[in-house]
Write a protein that binds this ligand. Structure first.
Ligand code: GSH
Length: 320
């Protein structure tokens, strides 16, 4: 059996100790503002494949909009269903919000990975930042893609977006420090809770999720502005948002993160969330609750074997 036919069982993440361990991303090249770089910033050269459901890909969709890169970097979304062959492409008629593969008309995202490496053995994840000129996969690590987008295309974008930065020098160390624990206990913490296959593994992670939510609640309570770092929207907010907006609709029930909810137990986080969603189009316009809810509840068969998507909470996010 060749690699290409290998069915990749997303459900077999469990290890002996019941812990979910995320694999590191494999493609780690950088787009640069330097015209002589291997991957120079150029208008129309790169394509971003995302899933509206995926919190990691969600970051890149937010930053693409916040930085005014919509005409510079083309973009498409996969179907919300993640099956045995990984992410698939569907037309918007079949699945509203999804796109067929605009570059190769492939049926599944995995074909892009095999195109660049027929022996690829990693996971076929979104986001994928693709170079249309050399037909190579530039990068599939969201934390790096967003950092390229902050600065490297600045010579090509509208004047008003150039000064926009989400990683100001004076806050970089603090943002990096926050990223570390927010990634481990919140962004990835909800997955470690939900994908655990042993009671102890689940409990240890779900407790950490809520300890960190308590910490964020206090930070926002003391903040001098609407964001984690006062009146400046930073990477810390961008990286936290995709997890928090999914929290009540999905993670509370599907990942058993039900020691509390954002809307009833975390007023400061809820206020922060509603501000981002309702007041900044880059957040609302990239949040697709249908893709989010259906993806988790209908793709993870070992968590939810009948694929029934719970109707609540209603509404998905509270009004302002
Ligand atoms: N470290 C990666 C993680 C990306 C990731 O895990 N994406 C998930 C969706 S939320 C995926 O594509 N999973 C498909 C699979 O594992 O088969 C990033 O931040 O970009």
């Amino acid at each position: 059996m060749s690699n290409k036919d290998k069915v990749d069982d997303i459900t077999k993440w469990a290890s002996e100790d019941g812990e979910f361990r995320r694999k590191p991303s494999v493609f780690r090249n950088w787009i640069s503002h330097d015209p002589d770089a291997e991957f120079p910033a150029e208008k129309g050269r790169y394509h971003l494949y995302i899933s509206w459901a995926c919190p990691w890909a969600h970051r890149t969709a937010i930053v693409r909009k916040l930085k005014g890169l919509e005409d510079i970097i083309s973009f498409s979304a996969v179907d919300w269903y993640l099956g045995d062959l990984g992410w698939k492409f569907s037309s918007p008629e079949e699945t509203p919000g999804a796109n067929l593969d605009p570059l190769f008309n492939y049926s599944h995202l995995r074909e892009l990975y095999f195109r660049v490496n027929p022996d690829y053995e990693g996971r076929f994840t979104v986001p994928v930042l693709w170079d249309k000129k050399t037909n190579s996969l530039v990068n599939n690590e969201s934390s790096e893609i967003i950092r390229m987008l902050y600065t490297e295309f600045d010579d090509l974008i509208d004047e008003k977006y150039k000064s926009v930065t989400f990683l100001p020098d004076d806050l970089k160390a603090e943002i990096d420090e926050m990223n570390e624990w927010v990634y481990d206990t919140i962004n990835n913490g909800v997955y470690k809770s939900g994908f655990a296959t042993k009671q102890e593994a689940y409990e240890s992670h779900v407790i950490k999720v809520f300890e960190s939510l308590d910490k964020l609640e206090a930070i926002l309570g003391k903040s001098a502005g609407p964001y984690l770092f006062g009146d400046r929207l930073t990477e810390a907010d961008i990286r936290l948002y995709p997890t928090i907006v999914r929290f009540d609709p999905v993670y509370v029930q599907h990942f058993k993160c039900n020691i509390g909810t954002i809307r009833y137990n975390y007023p400061n986080i809820n206020k922060w969330l509603k501000h981002l969603y309702w007041d900044i189009p880059a957040f609302k316009d990239t949040t697709n609750f249908e893709h989010i809810k259906k993806h988790y509840t209908k793709s993870h068969k070992q968590i939810n074997p009948y694929s029934i998507t719970p109707l609540g909470p209603i509404p998905d996010i509270e009004p302002k």
